[in-house]
Design a binder for this molecule. Structure first.
Ligand SMILES: CC(C)(COP(=O)(O)OP(=O)(O)OC[C@H]1O[C@@H](n2cnc3c(N)ncnc32)[C@H](O)[C@@H]1OP(=O)(O)O)[C@@H](O)C(=O)NCCC(=O)NCCSC(=O)CCS(=O)O
Ligand SMILES: Cc1cc2nc3c(=O)[nH]c(=O)nc-3n(C[C@H](O)[C@H](O)[C@H](O)COP(=O)(O)OP(=O)(O)OC[C@H]3O[C@@H](n4cnc5c(N)ncnc54)[C@H](O)[C@@H]3O)c2cc1C
Length: 408
């Protein structure tokens, strides 16, 4: 059971207030497909961008729990604003603040505190869930790394300035493992070799560009390599560790969208009358609302628990993050769908916010680790054993076990 501190309750109230402005522009952001720059400016003034950045770098030194309070309120009003609050506080930001050099932290802090939402570049056309199979390479040439490859579904592609690019680090022709490379668009590197090839049309969250990025002989100075402890060999695991923070953020954005739809459904059933009485009196609808509220409260509990699992300089626990993301994402799809149903035809109309919530919620069981992949991760942790998904991996496991048994 969590009790918010007075400061956290105040932070949530401030976010609630700003969310009213976000709500007023949400439909237009969806319709116009435009990134909501005016709201980003307001979120920057409110210090919601870089809230989790330590005070020594100019941020608020906020915790993951502080950040999820803001994300939920913003997402209730405007899903795109909620996602901006996620990426301005978690994911790449968390990774740089944990593993970065002084210079990298300074660059990231300056950008984010001025309103940048960094982009995290992991997924490739042939490496989605199997992200470890990525083929983008960073080949060392003296004190530079040359990146070549294609990433797609990169949130913020074309608007984000700071990019954290995952790539295979190749030194002296040898694959050292997956590392993180920091590139600033329109910044000091101003790389013409980072091409925003196209915007991918998407079902929901329409003001947020999803882009295909091509790296063509993209030069990254060695000082912009994000070196996690353990070097490149442990690089992927360490970067994914940081990414657990963003999974909690994505879970919260899903929760916020669903909670906003639920609030609207609850209000609607009280005033809509059929058969001479408020539809709220129909038991079937009451049960729908009960189930919706149970899913929301359970999601919030897991999210807060996961957010609070992060130590002062650490990241949320991997198992808790995966559980929270699975429940919140699946629940958001169910709750928004039920909320639309409660509104009847009015819910289906593009003049009202319910159909937008259904579209916005749909991405969460896909992005940030699909609902299936995260269930695999939960199972791995519960069983305390690796569950390789490749045929080779499974075969190797079986052969290792057979060898062990034969030796016993
Ligand atoms: C991790 C996977 C890509 C599976 O890949 P593999 O089977 O090849 O790798 P594993 O052996 O499972 O893991 C390799 C290594 O990393 C460590 N690891 C993996 N996940 C985590 C984690 N969550 N936290 C901490 N450490 C982690 C693992 O222990 C291994 O380390 P050791 O070698 O044992 O030391 C796959 O399971 C996966 O996660 N796929 C999903 C990819 C994904 O999430 N993509 C997100 C892209 S960004 C995005 O979508 C943004 C959307 S949003 O708005 O947020
Ligand atoms: C809106 C949106 C925003 C995104 N933002 C980013 C971003 O900013 N940065 C980034 O790097 N990526 C981003 N992504 C990409 C996202 O991370 C991937 O879509 C996701 O990891 C799944 O990869 P995939 O789409 O290639 O699906 P696939 O991996 O091809 O999966 C297809 C289906 O197979 C299932 N599946 C695959 N493997 C298994 C398995 N082993 N067991 C059970 N089921 C399995 C999946 O669950 C899914 O249902 C975004 C995606 C979306 C939709």
């Amino acid at each position: 059971m969590f009790t918010l501190t007075e400061a956290q309750a105040r932070l949530r109230d401030t976010a609630r207030e700003l969310a009213q402005e976000a709500a007023a522009q949400a439909a237009e952001t969806d319709r116009s497909l435009q990134y909501p720059w005016p709201m980003v400016r307001r979120m920057t003034e409110a210090k919601f961008m870089g809230l989790t950045i330590p005070r020594e770098w100019g941020g608020q030194g906020g915790s993951y729990l502080d950040a999820v309070l803001v994300v939920e309120e913003m997402a209730k009003a405007c899903a795109v604003c909620g996602r901006i609050a996620v990426e301005a506080n978690m994911g790449a930001v968390g990774a740089v603040m944990a593993y970065g050099t002084i210079e990298q932290k300074r660059i990231a802090a300056e950008l984010v505190l001025a309103g940048d939402k960094p982009a995290i570049c992991i997924t490739e056309p042939e490496a989605g869930s199997a992200a470890g199979e990525m083929t983008t390479t960073a080949v060392r040439k003296g004190d530079k790394w040359i990146i070549n490859g294609v990433k797609h579904w990169i949130t913020g592609g074309g608007v984000s300035r700071l990019h954290l690019i995952f790539a295979r680090a190749i030194e002296d022709g040898v694959d050292q493992g997956i590392g993180g490379f920091l590139v600033v668009r329109n910044g000091e590197n101003d790389p013409a070799q980072l091409v925003v090839k196209r915007r991918i049309p998407s079902m929901g969250l329409c003001g947020m560009p999803e882009a295909e990025l091509h790296f063509v002989e993209l030069e990254v100075p060695d000082r912009m390599v994000l070196r996690a402890p353990g070097g490149f060999k442990r690089g992927f695991g360490k970067l994914m560790d940081a990414y657990n923070g963003q999974r909690v953020g994505a879970a919260t954005a899903a929760l916020g969208i669903a909670a906003g739809a639920y609030d609207r459904a609850l209000a609607f059933v009280q005033q809509r009358r059929q058969f001479g009485r408020p539809i709220a009196e129909f038991q079937g609808l009451g049960w729908m609302l009960a189930d919706m509220s149970i899913k929301l409260e359970a999601s919030r509990a897991l999210i807060w628990q996961a957010a609070a699992s992060a130590g002062p300089n650490g990241f949320p626990d991997r198992l808790m993050a995966a559980r929270a993301k699975v429940l919140a994402a699946d629940s958001a799809v169910e709750v928004t769908n039920a909320a639309l149903q409660l509104w009847g035809a009015a819910g289906y109309s593009r003049e009202n916010p319910m159909e937008r919530a259904v579209r916005d919620a749909r991405m969460f069981p896909i992005a940030g680790g699909t609902a299936q992949i995260l269930r695999n991760q939960v199972a791995e942790q519960l069983l305390g054993r690796k569950l390789p998904q490749t045929r080779d991996g499974m075969l190797k496991l079986a052969m290792d076990e057979a060898t062990k048994q034969a030796a016993e």
